[in-house]
Write a new protein. Structure first.
Length: 578
């Protein structure tokens, strides 16, 4: 992980007394003076001393939770972050926010929660940081929505801050092969198809997740960890060590020291999050075969940072960026293998050398992205990260499709071995559950196009992932002959001809709600099209007959989310139009 480069800017000492920038620029307001004795008394009740409260106060936003392995090591990581903060002259204050596991909730009504959790994480980080007036903040995240949620909250508060990734899980081993949670979901499909015994499924289940850490391929968590380093909101080199690796303790301690350096230099998220930084992040996703969920999250983060970014930008950048990392789900290696090969820095180094990144973008260390990438140490003989002149594919994996089904855009991930054209009959389902039941009941045939709708941000609500469906198709041997189109989204572990984020969604009268059983759907990847073979007049006629369904939730958090959420083509962010 990069450290400071000696650039201290207009720093100040712990009491903010010497230089022009006061490192207690926020905490003075809540802690100093006779009139703030009540606040100090409360904090002394938790163990803080007068000396502690005279130092810069550093918030640690922790997403630790016991409901998944992904975030399980974050309490330990926080301990080392605190040690670094104290050693560098600050006072840490840890607070917790939520996390919801996609992998645990997948295929159930609980799957409506994860994307909603991104907004709640952002809201809660903003609320606590604003209320307690932290001078700087570190966000500790791991599972898919925690990293973008933390980043969104930090951008809103805009004090010196960055995100620290808890790390990937190590891959499991089953019959001599590396396996991840995706392997289990695919095995469920194989079991339902009679291709695997229950005992074999159980044996795989027992070894797929061997300990703490986020899902082990270049799925959403590891994709967003790479994004945060490429965009400049995480220290370069901090994400690659796995969660259980002893190096992670040192990563935490150095992060605690680095946040104090960042505070003294008064570098804030909005200083770092430029248009060029977002383009670097998208290039990292494209080069690594990363998750389609990155489209949602980067659009949402750009909105918070007030940076102009559209869904079409992803296709433009992906076209010019080669796929060079041979990572799951499209490739053969897990994120832990990338670490052993040379880490995220090695991917950055390859792209910087080829002029495919803006190397001048800043990182938390004070060094540029190019300077940090130059420190990568490649393991001799590794074949996880290819060279740019010998890529796995000459363009990146993210593809944006438009057509009469999705005029605002839809997203698909292409690894290079998929067919680029598919034409087949629509098999229409108005929920993920009914589609999954049909797949398990062997009702899907080669050539079909599964259409799953009313699972968008408003319709779900919450835009469920479809890994249960897509993995079942893989397990049944149908992923090479069946396509799927949905206004929901996919797991980062999904592979195959799977089109998600169709916008506008069905719940708001998007044209996907005009598709009927047996209509012919055409996917033309080279021309970036997804269409139903119907005339414009026929689509208009069907939409005129359409009636919006009753919302699935009328009270509570999901109802609030459905009322406030925007289109997936805009990042599925919650907003209030004033």
């Amino acid at each position: 992980m990069g450290g400071g480069n000696g650039h201290q800017g207009n720093g100040a000492d712990g009491n903010g007394a010497s230089n022009s920038f006061d490192t207690r620029h926020m905490s003075r307001r809540i802690l100093d003076g006779p009139e703030r004795a009540g606040a100090r008394a409360m904090l002394k009740g938790t163990g803080y001393t007068d000396e502690d409260l005279k130092k810069p106060i550093i918030g640690i936003a922790n997403t630790w939770i016991e409901t998944m392995p992904c975030n399980l090591n974050l309490r330990r990581l926080a301990k080392h972050v605190k040690e670094g903060i104290r050693a560098a002259g600050g006072t840490p204050m840890e607070f917790n926010t939520i996390a919801v596991s996609d992998g645990v909730t997948m295929g159930t009504e609980g799957m409506k929660g994860p994307l909603v959790s991104r907004e709640i994480i952002a809201d809660s980080v903003e609320l606590v940081a604003r209320s307690h007036m932290f001078d700087a903040v570190i966000g500790l995240g791991a599972c898919d929505k925690t990293l973008p949620g933390l980043a969104m909250g930090l951008v809103r508060v805009n004090v010196p801050s960055f995100v620290l990734y808890g790390g990937t899980i190590l891959p499991g081993n089953y019959n001599g092969h590396e396996v991840t949670i995706r392997s289990v979901y695919e095995a469920i499909g194989a079991f339902e198809a009679g291709k695997m015994t229950e005992a074999e499924l159980k044996a795989l289940e027992d070894v797929a997740c061997p300990g703490a850490g986020a899902c082990g391929g270049q799925y959403t968590a590891n994709t967003m960890a790479m994004v945060m380093e490429f965009i400049g909101l995480s220290p370069m080199g901090s994400a690659s060590p796995p969660a259980v690796d002893p190096r992670k303790d040192e990563v935490g301690r150095r992060a605690g020291e680095l946040i104090m350096d960042l505070l003294r230099r008064n570098v804030r998220p909005r200083d770092i999050l430029t248009r060029e930084a977002f383009e670097n992040a998208i290039a990292g996703v494209a080069a690594s075969g990363g998750s389609t969920n990155s489209v949602l999250h980067l659009l949402a983060l750009a909105r918070e940072a007030e940076v102009e970014l559209t869904i079409d930008d992803f296709d433009v950048i992906s076209r010019r960026t080669p796929l060079i990392a041979d990572l799951m789900p499209g490739g053969q290696y897990a994120a832990a293998d990338l670490d052993q090969a040379g880490g995220i820095q090695l991917v950055a180094q390859r792209l910087v050398s080829a002029g495919l990144l803006d190397a001048a973008r800043p990182t938390p260390s004070g060094r540029t992205l190019g300077e940090e990438a130059a420190t990568a140490v490649e393991t001799p003989g590794q074949d996880v990260v290819h060279t740019v002149d010998n890529p796995l594919k000459t363009s990146g994996g993210l593809v944006i499709l438009k057509g009469n089904i999705s005029p605002e855009g839809a997203v698909i991930k292409i690894f290079g071995y998929e067919r680029l054209h598919h034409r087949g009959p629509a098999r229409v389902f108005d929920s993920e559950h009914t589609a999954l039941t049909a797949v398990y009941d062997r009702q899907i045939q080669e050539g079909d196009v599964i259409v799953i709708r009313y699972e968008g941000p408003k319709g779900g609500p919450g835009m469920q992932e479809m890994l249960g469906v897509t993995a079942a198709l893989v397990g049944q041997g149908l992923s090479g002959s069946v396509a799927l189109v949905t206004d929901g989204r996919f797991s980062g572990a999904t592979k195959g001809l799977m089109v998600g984020h169709v916008s506008p969604e069905a719940m708001v009268g998007g044209p996907i709600c005009a598709v009927r059983e047996g209509d012919t759907i055409v996917l033309d990847i080279e021309n970036r099209r997804v269409d139903v073979e119907l005339s414009d007049d026929e689509i208009r006629s069907r939409l005129a007959e359409w009636k919006q369904p009753e919302p699935r939730y009328k009270t509570g958090v999901l109802a609030k989310y459905a009322a406030l959420v925007s289109s997936a083509s805009e990042g599925a962010v919650t907003r209030v139009d004033l």
